[in-house]
Design a protein around this ligand. Structure first.
Ligand code: COA
Length: 257
């Protein structure tokens, strides 16, 4: 069987490629663990100068595997999904994302913690947490209202509206939108490669300077969101929404107060 996450180090760039096409690259616990381990390796391995995270030209990721959410929801900060996001949040080296097709849930959230994000114009980004009976995760409830203003952030986080790669670039969630998936992935790979020509500690120092203001507040938001997310995953509302997804029907929230 093909690895559902391919990890490769080539000429100073570590590439993490989500590779589970039959499930639109839905992320399982095993995939998060593999990516967390790779990110920790990237930070300590001297030869790695940048990390590239990507999927295929058709799909970035459909987000957390919904079956996993039902069968083995994360129970604490040591759960694979938190380990992965924590490793991403702490990474001292630059991280570049190449995004084509759907980037759902954590597929959009993780972009908020990347340094450079190249998307295809017709990529479809979406954070349907409320739609699933959940709540925003990993800093998005703090970052997005600041970046977009509360009115637009509410449309994305409360209604779970999808938006295009082109909009993501206009709003500053992405660095640039490219004409198609192949162009987005190529641009992301070449940006990652450029870091191999730069002074590594100057890059790390500069990244740290940009990320330090407000970091403590962000940590607190991440913790509060994480606690609530874990509780909400066990709520009747979430169980209804997640089961509805698996059964290919619309959720019915009419019985909830
Ligand atoms: N978890 C588990 N399985 C998923 C999945 C997810 N997040 N996303 C897609 N899949 C599965 C589907 O169940 C389907 O499986 P099947 O072929 O065994 O029935 C397969 O992947 C293909 O998905 P499908 O929905 O038929 O493809 P599509 O091209 O019509 O739509 C998406 C693709 C990504 C737009 C759609 O699958 C989607 O919106 N998924 C997001 C689920 C979600 O809410 N994720 C956020 C979790 S926080």
């Amino acid at each position: 069987m093909m690895d559902s996450v391919q990890v490769r180090v080539d000429a100073g760039v570590m590439t993490l490629r989500m590779n589970r096409a039959d499930k639109k690259n839905a992320l399982t616990r095993a995939m998060y663990s593999r990516m967390a381990e790779a990110l920790r390796e990237a930070d300590t391995e001297r030869s790695v100068r940048a990390v590239l995270i990507t999927g295929s030209e058709q799909c970035f990721t459909s987000g957390n595997d919904v079956a996993d959410f039902l069968q083995a929801p994360p129970s604490g900060m040591d759960s694979p999904v938190f380990q992965f996001m924590q490793a991403l949040f702490e990474l001292q080296k630059p991280i570049i994302a190449g995004v084509a097709g759907p980037a759902v849930g954590i597929g959009t959230t993780l972009l908020l913690h990347c340094d450079l994000v190249y998307v295809s114009q017709n990529a479809v980004l979406k954070m349907p947490f409320v739609n699933l009976g959940l709540c925003p995760e990993f800093g998005s409830s703090l970052i997005l209202p600041r970046l977009l203003g509360p009115a637009r952030a509410s449309e994305l986080l409360l209604l779970g509206e999808s938006f295009s790669g082109e909009q993501a670039a206009q709003w500053g969630i992405a660095t640039a939108a490219l004409e198609n998936g192949a162009a987005a992935l190529t641009k992301a790979a070449s940006a990652a490669q450029r870091f191999t020509q730069l002074a590594p500690s100057a890059v790390a120092d500069s990244k740290r300077l940009m990320r330090t203001p407000g970091r403590e507040e962000l940590r607190q938001a991440i913790e509060a969101e994480g606690d609530l997310f874990i509780r909400r995953l066990r709520s009747p509302e979430a169980l209804e929404a997640l089961s509805a997804f698996m059964q290919r029907r619309q959720p019915d929230f009419s019985r909830f107060n």
